[in-house]
Design a binder for this molecule. Structure first.
Ligand SMILES: Cc1ncc(COP(=O)(O)O)c(C=O)c1O
Length: 302
């Protein structure tokens, strides 16, 4: 890939950075990462909720006793620099920290860390289904829970749970999986939080469902408030997916993606609903700097 990246404090060519095959994080999934988008605005590229993403990244590293050796400010600056240096108008940004020592042992004590920031052009995660809506399967795999692994850390290893659920859904002919929590309540998608719409109100699972506390989710709660839409954060029974009026995923990659069918049953009318459309449009305008009240979500690159 012909791209400049930031690696341990320096700008380098993507192709020139080498890590040993036996890195702890490659063998054991012990990396932590972020997914951030930058959007094209009339004042150039703008990074969505940079502070919140870097804060989550630093906290993920802290949970895994990983010494990032760079402050949140330095990492934020690196993210801005990588977008700028690659001349990207809009992109997906991947900060990633990992144990880079090549050793077999499980303990990470004393292991070196590598920290990088990579940015790549990126379109709609679900392609044209971002508008038409996705068909989902409730996974036979449960969402990992905080008795087992810290769910607030955006750690590489957690994503095996997402990968196995996605693979199962795709193999069965669906676009995406929906995972239930250990108690059988609605949790989230493999890489997205979930909202239902019922009688004009939004309903979304809370932390007790062991969800990743998504930054898009949190932003939509603010946005809904500004639109005067009531939101309930509560445990959601699986069958509410079949009795709600609308449903949608949200996340950095997925943005706001309608869910039109679950396990072969239409969600509401089976078409993209009006509340979803309104949230999707408002979010899209906000991240592109068109709504002054949400401009503090954006960090302009130049
Ligand atoms: C498991 C999971 N849930 C939810 C989300 C949405 O989080 P965010 O809006 O911070 O991207 C993501 C994406 O990072 C995710 O991987």
């Amino acid at each position: 890939m012909d791209s400049k990246i930031w690696y341990n404090g320096e700008i380098k060519d993507y192709d020139k950075v080498k890590v040993p095959l036996l890195t702890h994080s490659l063998q054991y999934g012990s990396g932590v990462f972020e997914g951030i988008r930058a959007y094209e605005t009339e004042k150039g590229a703008a990074i969505f909720r940079l502070r919140e993403h870097v804060e989550r990244f630093v906290n993920s590293a802290r949970i895994y006793r990983m010494d990032l050796k760079h402050s949140a400010d330095e990492i934020s600056r690196a993210i801005v620099d990588v977008v700028k240096i690659n001349g990207l108008k809009s992109c997906y940004i991947r900060p990633f920290a990992f144990f880079s020592s090549d050793a077999i042992g499980l303990s990470t004590t004393g292991k070196e860390t590598g920290v990088c920031v990579v940015a790549v052009p990126f379109g709609q995660y679900f392609g044209d289904k971002a508008q038409k809506g996705v068909r989902c399967k409730i996974s036979s795999w449960r969402r990992i829970n905080s008795d087992i692994l810290p769910i607030l850390a955006k750690a590489s290893g957690n994503y095996l749970n997402s990968v196995i659920a996605s693979n199962e859904a795709e193999a069965a002919g669906f676009d995406e999986a929906i995972l239930l929590s250990k108690n059988g309540y609605l949790a989230e998608g493999p890489g997205e939080n979930i909202f239902l719409v019922k009688d004009g109100k939004l309903i979304t699972p809370g932390l007790e469902a062991d969800i990743l506390f998504g930054i898009t989710r949190f932003s939509l709660l603010e946005l809904a408030e500004s639109l005067g839409i009531e939101v309930q954060e509560r445990q959601i029974h699986r069958d509410e997916l079949f009795t709600c009026d609308e449903a949608f995923f949200c996340g950095t990659a997925a943005e706001v993606t309608p869910i039109v069918n679950v396990d072969g049953i239409k969600v509401g009318s089976g078409n993209v609903g009006e509340v979803t459309k309104k949230i999707q449009k408002t979010f899209s305008d906000a991240v592109r700097g068109k709504l002054p009240e949400f401009r503090d979500w954006l960090t302009y690159v130049s």
